[in-house]
Ligand binder design. Structure first.
Ligand SMILES: *[C@@H]1O[C@H](CO)[C@@H](O)[C@H](O)[C@H]1NC(C)=O
Ligand SMILES: *[C@@H]1O[C@H](CO)[C@@H](O)[C@H](O)[C@H]1NC(C)=O
Ligand SMILES: *[C@@H]1O[C@H](CO)[C@@H](O)[C@H](O)[C@H]1NC(C)=O
Length: 636
């Protein structure tokens, strides 16, 4: 007995295990002495049953609790049996933290979790929504709207593989991605996190789940969580359901559609994600016809779990339970009661964990939340932890540090940028195309602040939550890319906002003007005028009025461009390309052709919104699926 306890507690390197097992055989004490839940040869459900039967209520509620790293420490992990930690947007162990500093932090908390009575590993989660975007020096891929423009599901799967490796390269096993919202209104500040307004395209792009988690073997049971191994991560499809359908595109608000419309537009990507064995699903902040999703038992339990057969765990968004009431947090006890009974399994608390744990404990003892509901939640969480190999490999794999920002991944991001660019206008008339640009002219002008700013080209969810302008991480700006691409004898002048006289007399063969939106995300990104910011308009008009110009728009969504199209010689939508600006130059100068097709309808005026492909009244500036090519032929 003392022996088996010792086996259960100690974690030994593999060779020690082998030796120990051989000795056990010789002395007649076999593997039966290993606690069943620690035995990887047993079926996952047997391990879950065994572990659940050993757990106290406090240990169970701890599993359901996800806290922010800033409030985590070893005593909190041990005293409350915390099941999960997250990094909120921009929450790093230190500015510019290296992969090893990230892994050290994760392992530090993990060591505390493993030191508890049952040694259940915690699972660390992070928003890795366009690469491992909180980590300085990681590869930043184009945001989802750009990936939707590529129409290349295989590319998106490869991005999933690369992202998983970079995330594992910091010791983290869990990502809050992909966002499979079907954004129906570009006024929503998270429009760029959506691959498309068209559910069918978002469905194709869910192939990223198979990149992040790995591809389940033939015949793997539908709905069961799956993670292939230590190079893959637990994924999270979000935000269930209808997040992209709120009225007016207002963040976190109300999606007012019939159940049939919800099923037709917003559900389809979830069918694919579940078929790909997505392990977790985040419940949306938004409401469906006035009922908060976090409180919607019909959509979470009856539909997602029972009807669609999802067997992984559901997780709330950040402080989503508070938002169930108006004003937020005014009746947290009620919030906890409705959310857990609706079917939330893990709660991203993430700060006031004592209050959360206290309320759940009280409500279980008073019968407001049944122990069956708690057991169902914990069973689902443990299932994901077993399926992902977390019990066998709880610590960071330090051989993967070099994955963060490596050249193969940057090349992949550059390919994605090339494929994401959508050419919307080429030449003032069709016999005079402006693109591809000539690399061998003596002198060109590059203008606009978005041309030389990594932060602006990456957008929100980059190093910080909202993102910011400036030299926020490692990468290649669009200007760097242009300089690398033109001939050695071509002079490239860069001016953020040149005056028209200077441009007209500068002897430039042409100009590339790169303008667009500032970085933003949820809560701050909603915009009901969708105008190009004024400084960009001024730069564009000053330059394009004086010399032949190609305008590249950096934005998370279509913006009002119709009034300016006539002054441009060519117009390219580059979305939010990420850290590899070279991909823009690759296509502008004809080393590759344009391939991108609009993943969204490009409206003329905001009063047309919402307007989506398939609508009866459809009168766009550029239709869904539009995109020109230059005929240079080479793609890829
Ligand atoms: C919280 O909500 C419950 C259920 O509606 C209600 O009984 C209780 O009075 C509320 N508490 C407060 C402080 O409003
Ligand atoms: C941006 O940061 C990188 C990495 O530290 C550095 O190499 C580069 O010179 C910086 N660029 C500017 C314009 O400051
Ligand atoms: C458009 O809306 C944004 C976000 O609310 C605001 O910052 C900007 O000033 C507005 N622009 C115009 C031209 O009204």
């Amino acid at each position: 007995m003392a022996f088996s306890k010792w086996i259960a507690k100690k974690r030994m390197p593999f060779s020690a295990w082998t030796f120990f097992c051989l000795m056990s055989l010789l002395f007649g004490c076999g593997a039966a002495d290993v606690l069943p839940y620690k035995d990887p040869s047993l079926a996952i459900e047997s391990r879950v049953d065994d572990l659940l039967s050993r757990m106290t209520l406090a240990e169970k509620i701890g599993q359901m609790t996800q806290i922010e790293r800033s409030v985590a420490d070893p005593s909190v992990m041990q005293n409350y049996f915390i099941g999960s930690i997250l990094s909120g947007g921009g929450s790093a162990p230190s500015p510019f933290a290296s992969p090893s500093a990230w892994a050290d932090m994760v392992d530090y908390f993990q060591t505390a979790a493993l030191s508890t009575r049952l040694g259940i590993p915690m699972i660390y989660g992070i928003d890795a929504v366009h690469g491992h975007n909180n980590v300085y020096g990681a590869t930043i891929f184009p945001h989802n709207i750009g990936l939707g423009a590529t129409r290349d599901a295989n590319l998106v799967q490869r991005i999933g593989v690369a992202t998983a490796l970079e995330v594992r390269g910091t010791g983290i096993p869990y990502v809050f991605a992909p966002c499979i919202a079907v954004s129906r209104d570009p006024r929503w500040g998270r429009c760029y996190e959506s691959y498309s307004e068209d559910p069918a395209l978002v469905q194709q792009m869910t192939q990223i789940v198979s990149g992040l988690q790995g591809v389940p073997p033939e015949g793997y049971p539908q709905g069961l969580p799956y993670v292939a191994g230590g190079s893959n991560v637990v994924a999270c499809a979000k935000h269930y359901v209808g997040d992209g359908g709120t009225t007016g595109g207002v963040d976190e608000s109300n999606t007012e559609v019939s159940f049939n419309e919800l099923r037709r537009i917003h559900f389809p990507p979830y069918y694919n994600a579940i078929a790909a064995s997505v392990s977790t699903i985040m419940i949306s902040y938004s409401s469906w016809n006035g009922v908060k999703m976090s409180a919607n038992e019909f959509l979470i339990t009856t539909t997602l779990k029972e009807k669609l057969g999802f067997q992984g765990f559901t997780i709330s968004d950040w402080e989503a339970l508070e938002r169930i009431t108006t004003p937020p947090g005014s009746n947290y006890s009620y919030s906890v009661y409705v959310a857990l009974n609706a079917g939330l399994d893990m709660v991203m608390v993430p700060i006031n964990y004592q209050q959360f744990i206290g309320l759940v404990t009280d409500q279980v003892s008073s019968g407001f939340i049944s122990i069956d509901r708690i057991n169902d939640a914990v069973r689902r969480i443990l299932r994901v932890k077993f399926a992902s190999g977390l019990f066998e490999h709880p610590m960071a794999d330090r051989t993967l540090f070099g994955m963060v920002g490596n050249q193969d991944h940057r090349n992949l991001a550059r390919e994605a940028v090339r494929k994401s660019l959508v050419l919307l206008k080429n030449g003032k008339d069709s016999s005079n195309p402006a693109l591809p640009l000539n690399k061998y002219v003596p002198k060109i002008l590059v203008a606009g602040k978005h041309a030389n700013d990594i932060g602006l080209q990456c957008g929100g969810w980059t190093i910080t939550w909202q993102g910011s302008s400036g030299n926020v991480t490692v990468g290649t700006t669009i200007l760097d890319g242009i300089k690398n691409t033109v001939s050695a004898s071509t002079q490239v002048d860069y001016l953020e906002s040149p005056d028209p006289g200077f441009v007209a007399n500068g002897g430039y063969s042409y100009a590339v003007v790169v303008i667009g939106e500032p970085p933003y995300t949820e809560m701050f990104g909603d915009n009901d005028n969708l105008s190009i910011p004024q400084d960009g308009i001024v730069t564009m008009q000053n330059v394009c009025g004086a010399v032949e110009c190609v305008v590249v728009l950096i934005s998370g969504r279509p913006l009002v461009v119709e009034p300016y199209l006539s002054v441009m010689n060519a117009f390219v939508a580059a979305w939010l390309p990420g850290s590899e600006g070279q991909g823009v130059a690759d296509v502008l100068f004809g080393d590759y052709d344009f391939q991108g097709k609009l993943p969204r309808t490009w409206f003329k005026t905001v009063d047309q919104l919402p307007m989506n492909v398939g609508d009866d009244k459809y009168n766009p500036l550029f239709s869904y699926n539009f995109g020109l090519t230059t005929g240079v032929g080479k793609t890829g």
